[in-house]
Design a binder for this molecule. Sequence first.
Ligand code: B12
Length: 312
Amino acid sequence: MNDTAARPHDMLPMRLVAERTGLSPDVLRAWERRYGVVHPNRSPGGQRWYTEADVARLRLLARAVEAGRNIASVASLSSEALTQLVRAEEAGVLARQTPHALAAQPFLADALGAVEALDGHALEHTLRQATLRLSMDELLDGVVSPLVRTTGDRWHGGTLSPAHEHMATSAVRRLLGWLTDQYAPAPDAPVLLVTTPAGQWHELGAALAAATAAAAGWRVVYLGPNLPASVIADAAAVSHARAVALSVVFPLDDPLMDGELRALRGALRDDVRIVVGGAAVGAYRPSLDAIGAALVSDLPSLRHWLVAQTGS
Ligand code: B12
């Protein structure tokens, strides 16, 4: 009997389930035998056939275990209870990794839940509430940054779709733009030009840096991503920028980057500082060191760096 030919289109074989849940066939069999976590149908030849609902449940169980729960303690929970537990556990894990954990945690959990449910309205509402109730540090370090990173990592891991990632990115992009515009800088505030170098299309790091600088009292000129050195240098001259902030995230091996960075340094006035952050900083370290850029690993460090530039 050919099981593949006989398999109804809404049933999935174990091989695909293993791929989509990240659980090996051995683990799938063991969890079923010991805890009855799902009850797959059987093909005429005895192969397991799973439903989409089985896969969703297995994913939730895998995430609960990854967040530190013992399979025996969660195996009998309903899928609804599991969803609640996984959201709370994951937000807790993420929040513990950030310095502004406690106050931010419920907002982060709600925001992740809204992304998962593809509920743009709930996401906007949660982010607005977080903006009203939290300090800028708590909001950016405790909610926005971990939200973006987790959504991106789950999208990359295949447990969220590009639609989820796009919805989260758009909401965060709008929030950061709005936040940056809320601060009215003093007339003599120093100017920070914020952008990303040519070839760097990820802009949320730059937008986070822009909001951070605006909150720190700087006048921010935000140019969006992917600009050649000559354009950045011209804009810095026109806006009398005290410093240029660049975000580098991906790719990590652009052979043109070294030339771009050197061209920028050469075209800027000598007293205009360059500050650089983002996940790809390490990859471009030799070039960044060569142009004397200040390397800043996170937003709290950017705050310190900005204060050090003005002495206040
Ligand atoms: C949103 C997003 C996208 C969006 C970008 C939209 C936009 N307008 O920006 C879209 C969908 C277009 C996209 C496309 C791609 N993406 Co993408 N994307 C992301 C995501 C979810 C967020 C990216 C981001 O802005 N990060 C910036 C901040 C939030 O993170 P960070 O770098 O860690 O920054 C922190 C600090 O370093 C600091 N910081 C950052 N910048 C700066 C700057 C200064 C001055 C300072 C002081 C501090 C600072 O602030 C942050 C605070 O926590 C990430 C997930 C992730 N883990 O980051 C993936 C991610 C960056 N993308 C990835 C990939 C692979 C891609 C694609 C190749 C996917 C594809 N197959 O098409 C393309 C490439 C596009 C391109 N041409 O470059 C990978 C990169 C892996 C790698 N490093 O090798 C990631 C990490 C996802 C993953 N887990 O694999 N992406």
